[in-house]
Design a protein around this ligand. Sequence first.
Ligand code: GLC
Ligand code: CA
Length: 560
Amino acid sequence: MTKAFHTTSSADTEQATMPWWKTATAYQIYPRSFCDSNGDGIGDIPGIISKLDYLAGLGIGFIWLSPVYKSPMVDNGYDIADYQDIAPEFGTLADMDTLIAEAKARNIGIVMDLVVNHCSSEHPWFKAALASEDAPEHDYFIWRNPRLGRNARPDDLQSSFGGPAWTYVPELGKYYLHQFAKEQPDLNWSNPALRAEIYKMMNWWFDRGIAGFRMDVIDLIGKDVDAGILAEGPQLHDYLQEMHRETLAGRDVVTIGESWSTTPQTATLYCGSDRKELSMVFQFDHVKSGWDPKFGKWKPKPFDLSRFRKTFFDWQMALSDDGWNSLFLTNHDLPRQVSKYGDDGEYRVRSAKLLAIILHLMKGTPFIYQGEEIGMTNARFEHLEDFRDVELFGHYDQAIADGQTHAEFIAGANANGRDNGRTPMQWSGSEHAGFTTGIPWIAVNGNYPTINVAADMANPEGVAATYLKLISLRKTMPIISLGEFIPFSISETKVFAYARERDGQRLSVVANFSETEIVYDVPEGLSGLGRCLIFNVQPRDQIAKQIRLAPWEAFAVLSE
Ligand code: GLC
Ligand code: CA
């Protein structure tokens, strides 16, 4: 028999005592593309402030704000020239203080992006380092002499953005390391004075009222360059523990560690409850599993549900007792999820809802990337000149040299390139999607007259309605934040199914990951009577032993 379910959490002490970020949903803002307040074509902080009511309406708990610091913008702000100032195109420190205060007034925390594996070559530290080998800042960076006799690079390490990771400075007769663009010199974390500067800066931001940090490529800080160990190097966890002692201890904040290298085996080193390091890891197994071994993201593999599902299930199981997952399908470095994993044509709305349902009902903190909540799609640019991303231009020549054709590269960029997520937020059907009154820095997706916030929010069956519901369910139902994860149907080629269990309740989640109607033989343990919490096609209050699933149908049933 179906019983009434508990909608309040007050009786649940475990939920009541757990950290706030375990019931919160995050929303990532890429400031350049969110909302432009002054018509220069570039999104800015006053623009974000003007949309806080919209974000509060969705019910989000915190904003991950991609970098807004002073920067020459070689990598759109991931190259920081002053950690304690704001880029003029984004606003001022006063604007930032207003954003923090106005967000707080709406119960929204601001989580800043901490980019400290590297800074900008325009940072005064790097300028001082270039000016004199005797300057203390010289040792804030990583220098190596040319290889003896050959005046060649210290080794063949390649930068993530293409080309060598070592750049020669003729005046000094040596090379510096940069794992990203040459304008992003790596910082030398083995220097204690540098680390102290970073901790001081972090505390300065905490004292201004931010709710935490998302830590950019944090797995790279503990490297041993000479041993060739860059990711998850020998010093990584010592530094994170020191950072915790010096900045995080005693503060009720959230920390999210971006790590492209962590595995289900190493994740709890970052976020295990006894580690005193980070709140959660932000890992990419589901993303990397879809890339070509030789050409990487520029040559996507066809989607394979089994492979994709396995990465999620493995991570759910690995962090079931300790540690904490970030749940996401997309961000500013990735394609739009409905284009990548769903159907951005006929079933755009339905498949966008399916992706939201399967992701948000897993264990972890879900992250929504701006525009995802209305089912925004990939850009589909035709020419190389339409793109803006430094990574893409850095890889183009290499890909062509390695034998990819121009057309193949453009197709790869349209499938997986970072600019897909960076086209302006589509607010309305008016010119430039209501993002700017000027000329946007990157083209607006041509589908904005139909896909935009105003249209989606006006429709009770829009994508955002599903997000609103998921965000509010997470806040009130401990089974979503804390329930045990139980994988189902791991050899089905079209169905993504799992259950969550807690205190005698079971939440069953079923999704048809395909554009065809299918008959699904429901496994023991997933079938039964209950109450439908959320759906994208039809409400179902019972899961029979065999059910017919419509294309891209998803639903969740709670039973007790
Ligand atoms: C991270 C960021 C990405 C940036 C890179 C270098 O992966 O998400 O946007 O380019 O680090 O900072
Ligand atoms: Ca602007």
